[in-house]
Design a protein. Structure first.
Length: 63
């Protein structure tokens, strides 16, 4: 089963991923970065949209 991951070094905390898949991604306002809160919890279509919407390419599939 594939899981989604975020490269936190590349993440700029824009919030696109959380806006598209709030069950999977969450922006930590203090850190200014997104994190994966449910790696296998969203639909692949939703996560693919978040991957495409990330302006710095920080989101990827693993596994």
């Amino acid at each position: 089963m594939r899981k989604v991951a975020i490269d936190t070094d590349a993440c700029i905390g824009c919030g696109n991923c959380e806006g598209l898949c709030p069950k999977v991604f969450k922006v930590d306002e203090q850190a200014g970065k997104s994190s994966v809160i449910l790696p296998s919890g969203g639909t692949e279509d939703c996560i693919d949209q978040a991957i495409d919407a990330c302006p710095v390419g920080a989101i990827r599939w693993e596994g």
